[in-house]
Ligand binder design. Sequence first.
Ligand code: UDP
Length: 236
Amino acid sequence: MDKKPMYEGKAKQVYATDNPDQLLVYYKDDATAFNGEKRGTIGNKGILNNKISTFFFNLLTEKGIPNHFVKMVSDREMLVKTLKILSVEVVVRNIAAGSLAKRIGWEEGRKLPATVVELYYKNDDLGDPLINYYHIRALGLATNEQVLLMEQYALKVNEILSDFLKDKKIELIDFKLEFGLHNGELLLGDEISPDTCRFWDTETGQKLDKDRFRRDLGNVEEAYQEVLKRLTGQKQ
Ligand code: UDP
């Protein structure tokens, strides 16, 4: 890639294309955790996450969830629709883990009797704090209607992915989604991968996601490979 990226994040670079309606996303092997405090690389992560995200976006498109995905163009690149990203992250949780387990004092792995949806302010300087509708309105991050729609889509995504993954012997613990506007239309954006979801093996409880990197559990690349293999039957 010789052009300069328009934007570079922790795990991806974004390039302009000849078409102002479309961007090229390049998936890197870089991994960060704890708001950038822990840094490293995960071998082939860019390739694996590009393929896993492509798989999930295709599934969600099939099920009628409006999203930014256009097509995969190479091992590490996908073409997406240009979005004005809303600075609200939507997290959906089925099982207590990570920051929720800490916040409510539940042990990790305890099933939540009701699905939990949370909203976070996408702001690295502040470490993505938990917010609610009032904060969103006060900060002008999105309209109430947009937040409602994001929550609706997120719950639908949870149903689709949970059902699909169950057959692959993967439990969907929680995940984070980002949304943006394309010509005024709200679309699901970003990526859906082991970087942004918690996946546990249904039978063994083995973690198949970025917690292996965050917590130094080893076999990180192998876990991402295993997710791709269970989804598509292919290796990388
Ligand atoms: N997550 C993410 N990006 C973030 C924060 C969280 O993709 O900046 C995902 C994370 O992988 C998990 C879910 O959102 O699947 C819930 O994360 P949690 O709030 O438990 O935070 P963590 O324990 O990851 O810091």
